[in-house]
Ligand binder design. Sequence first.
Ligand SMILES: C[S@@+](CC[C@H](N)C(=O)[O-])C[C@H]1O[C@@H](n2cnc3c(N)ncnc32)[C@H](O)[C@@H]1O
Length: 189
Amino acid sequence: MRMQGFEAWVLRSGAWDAFSRGVVVPWVADFARFREDAEVLEIGCGQGSVALALAERFPGWSLTATDVDPDMVVPAIGRLARFGDRVKVEVADAEELPYPVGRFDVVVAVLVWHHVDVWRAATREAFRVLRPGGSLVLADVRHPRSSEPKRGLLAGTYGLEALHHALADAGFREWRVSEGRVSFRLEAR
Ligand SMILES: C[S@@+](CC[C@H](N)C(=O)[O-])C[C@H]1O[C@@H](n2cnc3c(N)ncnc32)[C@H](O)[C@@H]1O
């Protein structure tokens, strides 16, 4: 699903960069057990705010930042150019990733799964491109009361039970979750 209107404007703003660097990336990185020298795929990188902050925080990483929307990828290429060969930016659909089996140590997706039309397919694809023992790290919003209609920013959100089933179906064997009222962090192997 392409980002439009207010959400697209927020992603382009300097405030989102500051929020990613100061809040989102520490929130994810303090939870997940990241290796210092990992090959990492970011799914749904938007204009590259999370990738920027991750590349700064983990200078030993090789990072491939991807998004389905070329209008996001073009500015992200410019913003991440200073990292040289260490950070690539490519167009890729989470539901059909253009990478071979076992290509990455880590797959990261921040605030993306609820935007992906078929997030179960994205979960299967994440497992496929991970090496044995590799980890999927998700941070996303969830609906506080799953019985109510999901509108606005919470449109597309799903329950954690459904996510647990999708992880198991994809092949993941273990996962840890830290839940907030409308958000969660998850690391699955
Ligand atoms: C809320 S933005 C998050 C961007 C970035 N992760 C961040 O936190 O700054 C969601 C992103 O997911 C992307 N997206 C939606 N569906 C996708 C798909 N099927 N495959 C890859 N990216 C997708 C959108 O284009 C958008 O850039």
